[in-house]
Ligand binder design. Structure first.
Ligand SMILES: [Zn+2]
Length: 217
């Protein structure tokens, strides 16, 4: 069994959504003084690779406790959009061209290439490609289980588009995984493949950090 890591690292000052506080890591105990080392974290629950539950956008939506853990593991396919430009919408037409296979109950991962640009630059923070509302509707109509992207938000920083895209997906109980990273080797494996992004067991949360992986047997 081979595990391909699709996560982004978390560390002090890691790039994150500008609407959230900066990622802070403090060492509150260290070896020379006390014989062990411990980190204290200050960061939003939607930081680094993480899942969004419907409650993130919908006041009456399911939170993490309402979603069976098995939902976060399933068969995934990648839509390879690498080379897409800044601010470019991923629309229904573009998705249909990249995803000719059956998608029912599949986890659809959108590879924009923005994962490799992850830095506190104006381009990464403010101008990512994004899933348009009509693209989200198209995915919901294909009866997908979940959707992921290699950026901090499935629809970037722009409103009302971000809000609409989230509402369409989460309103259909399609969960989202954000801030993925796609190493070159993921594009060489056969599709669909086994994918897993198990969220940390935070009680009643709207989302949580996870470790997204592809499993190749
Ligand atoms: Zn999120």
């Amino acid at each position: 069994m081979r595990i391909i890591d699709l996560s982004q690292p978390l560390y002090d000052g890691a790039p994150n959504c500008p609407a959230h506080p900066p990622v802070k890591v403090e060492i509150i105990a260290d070896h020379p003084q006390v014989g062990w080392r411990v980190e204290l974290l200050t960061l939003a629950s939607h930081t680094g690779s993480h899942v969004d539950a419907p409650y993130h956008k919908l006041a009456n939506g399911a939170n993490l406790d309402h979603i069976p853990l098995g939902q976060f593991a399933g068969q995934a396919v990648i839509a390879d959009f690498r080379g897409v430009g800044p601010d470019e919408p991923l629309t229904a037409d573009k998705l249909a061209a990249k995803l000719p296979m059956p998608l029912a109950d599949r986890i659809v991962l959108l590879a924009t290439g923005w994962g490799t640009k992850r830095a506190k630059t104006d381009e990464w923070l403010q101008h990512p490609p994004y899933l348009s509302p009509d693209g989200a509707e198209w995915l919901v109509n294909q009866k997908i289980r979940a959707v992921g992207i290699d950026h901090y938000s499935i629809a970037g920083p722009r409103d009302p588009v971000n809000s609409q895209t989230h509402t369409i997906l989460l309103g259909a109980n399609v969960w989202i995984v954000e801030e993925l990273s796609f190493p070159e080797e993921i594009f060489g494996i056969s599709q669909p493949f086994e994918f897993m992004s198990l969220p940390i067991n935070f009680r009643g949360f709207t989302g949580a950090f996870c470790r997204p992986v592809a499993i190749v047997r």
